[in-house]
Design a protein around this ligand. Structure first.
Ligand code: CA
Length: 756
């Protein structure tokens, strides 16, 4: 008996050790976070992205109809295929997509190939996805590489086991090569931003001979052709299977050619086993995710942290491929040609300039060096920097925030690319209207003449444009200074960076649209979304003076009045005027339901605002609200975000905030201090140095900073310097359940502002 007990205990110890040893950062990621979303309400608008960090092709189970941006909805009952995707957001939709689906019987139409599934028989990780397809009685598995993937389908015993390849609508091509167990094809489907003739060429190899090979168009089987070009083309191939027979599929694709797709397949899959691909993919995630190790907090907080970190290292996607001779080449969305060098796509700078790019600059500068080289190619091939690339130029959102993305990278010390060309591109974009509203600067002549884009000249969202252009001008000025450009040039952009003042209405103490003749727009409803602003109201946009919070504060009446304005956000009712949109857009609904007054964390314009108390001597109020936002608005659950995740931006907010600091003004070298969530965070930088954030008594009660030591010395600033952090070192916090109202109150503690 004793011996048996001992054996049992020993076994338990061994099992426990095995568990604790095998848990790696990627095991904390919930890829379903944010997938319980719909058009009318976004809890993230994400899909369970299967891929490797910054990979060129991603995969997702597809529950929606072809072409529907909500391609995977947590609430759905059926899966219709496993889809290659390049979609950054349902609002931007996808391009080059195609899907693969195992079925029983010759069920190739969208309706008939769908299969019931359950989340209880689904394993969703970044590197491996598996689900039981009930109607086909097939277990499907996927593991990805950067430009290829393997799938494994475990069939029941059947005389009619099939696989459907769906090359999607809008012009597709399929060819079945039974003698090679192979299907090739292309999808041309896109949502704009590509050159004429755009194709995503795919090659698919099966490890089993086909007994049936059929092509189809739309909903009709094609009689006797193994090759088809149609509006909507597809293939269905079939075979007999024995019980639990596994069919393995190797897939790669290329935006360049079939030949390059084969090269991608050879280079990335070769003859590797499914298990090997799965392990390599897992390693690829852990390599990036383990750059930050968090300890303490709750298990849910750790899951939220790594789920958010997973989202921050997805976009923009690589759009370049490695040619047979190992040179780097890309399909140009501007010329349609294959050209040398890097290219990326799938990010909107309006969202991601704020925290996502600064995050790359701190944690992953080498990939951002590639991205900057990609921007050089965008400019060379298309004549402009993209503001929303998905891919190429897409005509959505406002601003000229490529200036922030370019300036922040260089100012934070990234090198190894031609910054002079990028500087030229910034000046070009800042002084010209582009080929579409969202590229270059819409209303630039008004802006440069009057110092603002007028409300009454039929340019939409003019106040938001003015505020963002002014910030972008600040970024250009900072870069100009760094590059030693003539003082007159630096001064020109510095002067323009003060243009936010032109829209400040001293009566309401808010930003307000201004007419060409200098009068303010009237009537003015500060709760009106859109109109003079973009996806927000005046209360959200009035803080968009990243470069000069001190100047804004003084306009509002100094410290006390500024803090009152900040406090008001949480005190006011979540009322709104949605007349501009003719309906309640989801971003408005997400503010309304959160019970946080006018605070609208579900969209980007206000996300930095919680940090602004640091500029007015009341950092504890920032600490309170930031901690509240982290704990209330982020959960590692399908409904875990509070609005669109948006290509890593809303996740980067969380990751930075959990570490205890945030880049309020990209283009400067400062991070503004918040409240560290975990008792310990170890940040491993690319330069080999480590930043240790110790907050041993941090918990959900001890949310306020009582004291902070930076490398053993008392540190009372409300900001941290990027280059100090790059040296590595330790931040030691003592947290407290009550605010320390003596810390961070001196004027010298305030962060950078132009007017300071
Ligand atoms: Ca958004």
């Amino acid at each position: 008996m004793f011996k048996k007990l001992l054996t049992t205990l020993l076994l338990m110890v061994l099992v426990n050790t095995a568990f604790s040893q095998t848990k790696t950062p990627v095991d904390y990621v919930n890829t379903l976070m944010g997938t319980d979303s719909k058009q009318s309400l976004s809890n993230g608008n994400t899909y369970p992205l299967i891929g490797v960090p910054w990979g060129m092709h991603y995969w997702t189970p597809q529950t929606a109809k072809n072409g529907d941006g909500w391609q995977y909805a947590y609430a759905a009952d059926k899966i219709v295929g496993f889809k290659q995707t390049h979609q950054p957001s349902p609002w931007m939709n996808d391009y080059g997509q195609f899907s693969i689906m195992p079925v029983l019987g010759m069920n190739f139409t969208e309706e008939k190939k769908a299969s019931w599934f359950s989340h209880k028989s689904e394993t969703a990780t970044p590197y491996y996805y598996s689900v039981y397809l009930a109607d086909a009685a097939v277990t499907a598995e996927i593991s990805p590489t950067e430009r290829a993937a393997m799938m494994r389908f475990t069939y029941p015993q059947s005389d009619s086991a099939f696989i459907v390849v769906d090359a999607f609508h809008k012009g597709s091509y399929i060819r079945i090569l039974p003698e090679q167990n192979k299907i090739i094809g292309y999808s041309t489907k896109n949502s704009g931003g590509v050159a004429a003739g755009f194709k995503n060429y795919f090659v698919i190899y099966f490890d089993k001979a086909f007994t049936t090979s059929k092509t189809w168009r739309d909903k009709t089987m094609v009689a006797d052709s193994l090759e088809i070009s149609a509006e909507h083309a597809g293939a269905i191939i079939g075979f007999k299977t024995s019980k639990r027979e596994v069919v393995t599929v190797r897939i790669a694709s290329s935006f360049i050619s079939f030949e390059q797709a084969e090269v991608n397949l050879q280079k990335e899959l070769g003859s590797k086993t499914f298990e090997a691909v799965k392990q390599e993919s897992k390693n690829a995630w852990n390599k990036q995710l383990s750059r930050i190790k968090v300890e303490g907090g709750t298990e849910d907080q750790q899951k939220t942290f790594y789920s958010c970190l997973y989202r921050t290292i997805q976009f923009p996607q690589k759009q370049y491929e490695i040619a047979r001779d190992n040179s780097i080449v890309h399909y140009s969305p501007y010329t349609g040609k294959t050209l040398a060098g890097y290219m990326f796509a799938g990010t909107g700078f309006w969202d991601t300039f704020r925290a996502l790019y600064p995050f790359l600059n701190l944690l992953y500068p080498s990939i951002n060096v590639e991205m900057q080289q990609g921007l050089i190619n965008d400019y060379k091939e298309g004549g402009w920097l993209p503001e929303w690339s998905s891919p190429g130029y897409r005509n959505v959102m406002i601003g000229n925030n490529s200036a922030s993305v370019v300036a922040d990278a260089y100012i934070k010390g990234l090198r190894g690319y031609d910054i002079e060309i990028l500087y030229e591109a910034l000046k070009h974009g800042a002084n010209n209207e582009g080929p579409m509203d969202a590229v270059g600067r819409k209303g630039v002549n008004y802006y440069n003449d009057l110092g603002y884009v007028p409300y009454d000249v039929k340019i939409n969202e003019n106040a938001a444009r003015t505020l963002e252009y002014a910030y972008d001008d600040f970024c250009i000025a900072q870069l100009a200074k760094k590059l030693g450009k003539p003082q007159s040039e630096v001064d020109l952009y510095l002067k323009r960076s003060q243009n936010y003042r032109n829209l400040f209405d001293s009566q309401s103490k808010l930003m307000r649209g201004k007419n060409k003749d200098g009068s303010f727009q009237s009537p003015f409803n500060p709760f009106k979304w859109g109109d003079a602003f973009t996806e927000g109201n005046s209360w959200h946009y009035s803080w968009s003076v990243f470069q000069d919070i001190e100047g804004l504060k003084n306009l509002m009446g100094g410290n006390n009045d500024f803090v009152k304005m900040l406090d008001s956000i949480f005190v006011m009712e979540p009322i709104f005027d949605d007349n501009y949109y003719g309906g309640t857009i989801h971003e408005i609904r997400e503010m309304q339901i959160m019970n946080m007054g006018q605070y609208a964390h579900g969209n980007q314009p206000i996300q930095h605002m919680l940090y602004l108390y640091n500029y007015a001597g009341q950092p504890w109020k920032s600490q309170f609200h930031i901690r509240n936002a982290m704990n209330k608005l982020y959960k590692p659950e399908p409904d875990g975000y509070c609005g669109d995740e948006d290509n890593g931006q809303t996740s980067a907010w969380y990751v930075f905030s959990a570490l205890g600091f945030y880049p309020v003004c990209p283009g400067t070298d400062q991070y503004i201090i918040g409240t560290p969530l975990f008792t310990k965070a170890t940040i491993s930088l690319e330069n080999g140095k480590q930043i240790i954030v110790n907050a041993p008594n941090s918990n959900d009660k001890n949310i306020y900073i009582n004291s902070l030591l930076l490398n053993g010395k008392k540190y009372d600033q409300n900001w941290l310097n990027h280059f100090e952090l790059l040296k590595g070192g330790a931040l030691n916090y003592i947290m407290s359940p009550t605010p320390n109202k003596q810390r961070g109150i001196a004027k010298t503690a305030y962060p950078f502002s132009l007017s300071k």
